[in-house]
Design a protein around this ligand. Structure first.
Ligand SMILES: *Cc1c(COP(=O)(O)O)cnc(C)c1O
Length: 380
């Protein structure tokens, strides 16, 4: 089945008792048993729930994977992967990460005796010097957040295999419409479903997708033991969002391209980060592993004062100043003080998260209104 058909049908079939075309919201905590242990596949909703199961199967299909797990947040999904680690294990991860991932690595898991190496993945060969027999996990985001660097997923997958380490990709920025890391050799795909997959800024959810059954069973054990599970209403909303994922992503990419090109030579702009530019350092990799370049763009203002940046950030009328991304509405974010506020200043500035950098999540509104809004905000 092709992507658009899977987005609408995978994991979902009309309800057998009523014929309802939409997956029912199974708002139930438990399931009756005919005699002890004799049930219809569902025992207790911390572990499994039919609405959630439909979502998990749909997500697995979209990522070309075998097993999906839906979580109450992206961070709950990330945490479950980290629970595979033991004291003494080492992790190699990117130096341009979602702030919450950096926080959970350094503040929650480092104290348990796990070592994290934060490295630049733009040339995967660099990670060879960090690989050793203790390396248990390689964790990357691509495109990265917020400077939209591209990591060569296949090259990292080959290195991970050599080192017998697990390789996880946070695929939140691309969505499965643009890129399917399992096809390129990754072991685990992680999503903040809150973003493009949900697509309407109305839920907080996460997901993991894997192919290996033993790995799935391990992850499911921690999932059920810890209980970061989402409720059925949220699963229903995620399923509803996914039905238009392909349509939304096309529009995000089209608007993103128009805005990136408009800003590239703008007199008030020092620099535009967008993987679609032919002079982006890893543009050729983006072209190989992604279907298009997405709706995320970061800009560096020429005026580098915090005062000017805050004035511009507060002057948008169509774009809303808010954390998060991937919804149908355009959002704008000041990473240094918002999403990446938990990363120390010297560390974030080293990777380009400057005080005068703004990140745009380009929505699917009319492009003329978006361009006009950007122009008037920059003129302030
Ligand atoms: C938002 C986000 C997360 C965290 O997901 P939540 O749903 O907010 O818990 C992780 N990675 C990336 C790239 C994100 O944008």
């Amino acid at each position: 089945m092709k992507f658009a058909t899977k987005a609408i049908h995978a994991g979902q079939s009309p309800d057998p008792t009523t014929g309802a075309i939409m997956t029912p919201i199974y708002q139930t905590s438990t399931y009756t048993q005919a005699s002890p242990g004799e049930h219809k596949g569902y025992e207790y909703s911390r572990g499994t729930n039919p609405t959630r199961k439909a979502l998990e199967d749909c997500l697995a299909a979209l990522e070309n994977g075998k097993f999906g797990l839906a979580f109450s947040s992206g961070m709950a999904a990330t945490e479950t992967v980290l629970k595979l680690l033991r004291p003494g294990d080492e992790v190699i991860t990117g130096n341009d990460l979602y702030g919450g991932s950096y926080r959970i690595f350094t503040k929650l898991f480092e104290p348990y005796g796990i070592k994290f190496h934060f490295v630049d993945f733009s040339n995967p060969e660099i990670i060879r010097q960090y690989l050793n027999e203790k390396t248990r996990l390689i964790w990357v985001e691509t495109p990265t957040n917020p400077t939209l660097q591209i990591v060569d997923i296949r090259a990292v997958a080959d290195l991970a295999k050599e080192a017998k380490a697990l390789f996880a990709v946070d695929n939140t920025f691309a969505s499965p419409y643009l890129q399917t890391p399992l096809d390129l050799g990754a072991d685990i795909v992680m999503h903040s479903v809150t973003k493009y997959i949900g697509g309407h800024s109305d839920i907080v959810m996460g997901a993991l997708v894997v192919n290996d059954e033993e790995l799935y069973n391990q992850l499911f054990f921690y999932y059920n033991a810890s209980g970061g599970t989402p409720g059925p209403q949220d699963c229903f909303l995620a399923l509803r969002g996914i039905k238009t994922l392909h349509l939304r992503m096309k529009a995000h990419c089209e608007n993103g391209r128009a805005i990136a090109e408009y800003l590239k030579d703008h007199p008030k702009i020092e620099r535009v980060y967008w993987p679609g530019f032919s002079d982006h350092p890893n543009h050729h990799i983006a072209r190989n592993q992604m279907r298009d370049f997405g709706g995320m763009i970061s800009i560096v203002l020429k005026d580098n004062s915090l005062e000017n940046t805050f004035r511009v950030a507060s002057s948008f009328k169509v774009f809303s100043l808010a954390e998060s991304l991937g919804g149908v509405e355009s959002l704008l974010n000041h990473p240094a003080s918002m999403t990446h506020g938990s990363i120390p200043k010297d560390i974030r500035e080293k990777v380009g998260v400057l005080d005068n950098l703004l990140r745009l999540s380009v929505g699917v509104e009319d492009i003329e209104d978006l361009l006009e809004d950007i122009e008037q905000a920059l003129a302030k």
